[in-house]
Design a protein around this ligand. Structure first.
Ligand SMILES: [Zn+2]
Length: 51
């Protein structure tokens, strides 16, 4: 997915306004990955604690 650098619209290939298309990562994915990292850290911490 791309985002138009001129008008800020999310586009698939090229915006109709002719602006430059820049790669756009949906913010949901990075947030989920961040929380997944903390969840794994918490899980390994509890695991070590129980041993
Ligand atoms: Zn545009």
């Amino acid at each position: 997915m791309f985002k138009c650098s001129a008008c800020g619209k999310y586009i698939l290939i090229q915006c109709t306004c002719g602006g430059k298309a820049v790669p756009a990562e949906p913010p949901k994915f990075s947030a989920a990955d961040k929380y997944g990292k903390y969840r794994r850290m918490a899980k390994s911490f509890n695991y070590a604690k129980n041993q």
